[in-house]
Design a binder for this molecule. Structure first.
Ligand code: C5P
Length: 284
């Protein structure tokens, strides 16, 4: 039996870090938004035991090291059901190490497939709890949409969707280590925090300008100098007519919000001449 799921990328409309926790993780407050940039995840059940992962990117782990395999293992442990033999195939379109939760979303897609096929009575909240064992962004990726994520990332509150707009996401060739950025936050004082309440109010009012004014990611404040490209991309997006621009997650991808499709298309083309991965997206 073959089962396929879309694994959507996310953007952070806000990202705030509230403090370090006794378990070494950080307490977060983030407004996340799913976008239509997506991987395709296919699970094929088979008679022989064991689990294999294949992807169209040769450098991604094929076995236990892949977050999709970890998701399957945690699912069978947590539900107590006998592990089934399967192969997982992932066709990647979301850039890797980009702050767009590509890996987490692939893991979440595996959880949704296993939930649907092996434990249809399992509530979605339980699937999100299993996601927490796989990675901090996985509970959100199980759910998707427009969500306030708190705690380590597992306390989720649904929010009204981002008003209709066009999003241009631009990833430079560099990548940023998430633990390294969290370590920067511990040594430097954050100067500003996002207006999360204002962001959720703007979403509730369907006020795109209000959302755009409140895009904010505290990681930008502690980015080491060698990631100056992030700010160059933000300036480029604003110069090309974005209402606002921000880094997503722990970067280095930057995205801009556009009212107008034509302007967004022109911006994507201009940026694609300079950066390796540029996407024109809508929300999902
Ligand atoms: O949970 P996940 O494996 O995605 O986290 C990757 C790294 O990001 C962790 O090892 C930790 O350094 C950091 N992290 C954190 N606080 C969070 C989420 C992630 O410190 N809430």
């Amino acid at each position: 039996m073959v089962h396929t799921e879309h694994a959507y990328a996310k953007l952070n409309l806000t990202l705030d870090i509230l403090g370090r926790r006794p378990d070494g993780y950080h307490d977060m407050r983030m407004v996340m938004q799913s976008i239509d940039l997506r991987d395709e995840v296919t699970v094929t059940f088979r008679e022989e035991p064991g689990l294999e992962v294949s992807t169209d990117l040769s450098y991604l782990p094929r076995g236990e090291g892949n977050i999709a395999a970890k998701a399957a293992a945690r699912f069978f442990e947590a539900t107590g059901s006998a592990p089934r033999g399967m192969s997982i195939d992932i066709q990647k379109h979301i850039p890797v190490c980009a702050g767009m939760a590509g890996g987490s979303s692939d893991g979440a897609a595996v959880l949704r497939i296993l939930g649907r096929t092996c434990a249809p009575e399992l509530p979605r909240e339980r699937l999100e709890e299993i996601g927490e064992l796989v990675g901090s962004d996985v509970p959100y990726c199980v759910r998707g949409g427009t969500v306030l994520a708190e705690g380590r990332g597992e306390r989720l509150t649904d929010l009204p969707g981002l008003p209709s707009c066009f999003l241009v996401a631009c990833k430079p060739a560099c990548s940023i280590s998430t633990p390294e950025l969290f370590a920067q936050v511990r040594t430097k004082k954050l100067r500003c925090h996002p207006d999360t309440a204002g962001m959720t109010a703007a979403l509730a009012a369907g006020d795109l300008e209000g959302v755009a004014h409140r895009l904010y990611n505290v990681f930008e404040d502690v980015l080491p100098r060698r990631y100056a490209q992030v700010f160059e991309m933000k300036s480029a997006l604003l110069g090309l007519g974005a209402m606002a621009a921000s880094m997503t997650g722990s970067g280095p991808t930057v995205f801009g919000i556009f009212w107008d499709e034509e302007r967004a298309r022109t911006a994507r083309e201009a940026l694609a001449a300079q950066y390796p991965a540029v996407f024109l997206c809508r929300t999902v």
